[in-house]
Design a protein. Structure first.
Length: 261
């Protein structure tokens, strides 16, 4: 029986960020137009305890003027243009709030919430989720900080979460870390439902996935995969989701491959 491509969730990384300015409402709306199953956005807590969508600690790269996000108020951040760096047609895109991004998510699609601030953001995220109607969409919280994930599981026990990790190779031994066993241990200790891993085909193979599962980590997604060959590879390994800057391109590639099989 062929592996069905649509068993993977195709998630738009910072929205459809290959085509539109990352982490803007235009990027998220375009992702839905491109038939993404989910969108992933990055969230910081501002100086006045609001949650905003931006990847970097400061606004220099995407807004031209440097403001430290956690040291700035929402009003200060909203004065900036987060779109024109991509192209003139995207000018006047503000840095969006958490609530604005959530409201773009269509029924039965997934909102992947990457928390960039430390544990202090979790109570405010809880308050936002209690305030906003998300009953018709799916949520997935992701974070590189396992302490943040542990807090999310404590305060938001019914929301799925994945701990995030990248991989580093020891230049002397060639050993990659973290190992599958180390990932499973961190996932278990934090209470996460799974792991989101950098899509490194040198590290992740069937044995690696099986080892994680034996350690109690049954679910994984990969980021950021823009190669059809890599997407097909992780699809066959049973990835829960594939995060990509190019959701329409990757979906078409997977569906074409499935049809060919």
């Amino acid at each position: 029986m062929p592996h069905l491509a649509f068993s993977q969730m195709i998630v738009a990384h910072r929205g459809a960020s290959h085509d539109a300015p990352e982490n803007t409402l235009s990027a998220f709306r375009l992702a839905w137009d491109q038939n993404a199953d989910g969108v992933e956005g990055d969230f910081y807590l501002t100086a006045d305890s609001k949650i905003v969508c931006i990847h970097d600690k400061d606004t220099k790269r995407t807004a031209g003027k440097k403001l430290v996000v956690e040291g700035s108020t929402l009003a200060e951040l909203r004065k900036l243009d987060a779109g024109k760096w991509k192209a003139a047609k995207w000018a006047n895109e503000p840095i969006p709030t958490f609530a604005e991004v959530l409201k773009t998510v269509p029924e039965n699609r997934t909102f992947v919430i990457e928390l960039k601030s430390d544990e202090k953001i979790v109570p405010f995220l809880k308050a936002e989720l209690e305030r906003l109607d998300h009953s018709k969409i799916k949520l997935l919280i992701i974070c590189f900080n396992d302490k943040v994930i542990a807090d999310c599981k404590r305060l938001l026990p019914n929301v799925k979460s994945h701990w995030l990790t990248s991989f580093k190779q020891n230049k002397t031994t060639g050993q990659w870390t973290p190992t599958a066993d180390q990932i499973a241990k961190t996932v278990k200790q934090s209470g996460a439902n799974g792991v989101g891993m950098q899509g490194n085909t040198q590290v992740i193979d069937a044995v690696f996935v099986d080892t994680m599962k034996q350690g109690g980590c049954d679910e994984f997604h990969v980021w950021t995969v823009d190669s059809p060959t890599d997407a097909n590879y992780f699809s066959k390994l049973g990835a829960f989701g594939i995060t990509t800057n190019r959701p329409a391109f990757i979906r078409e590639a997977l569906e074409t491959k499935t049809a060919a099989n």
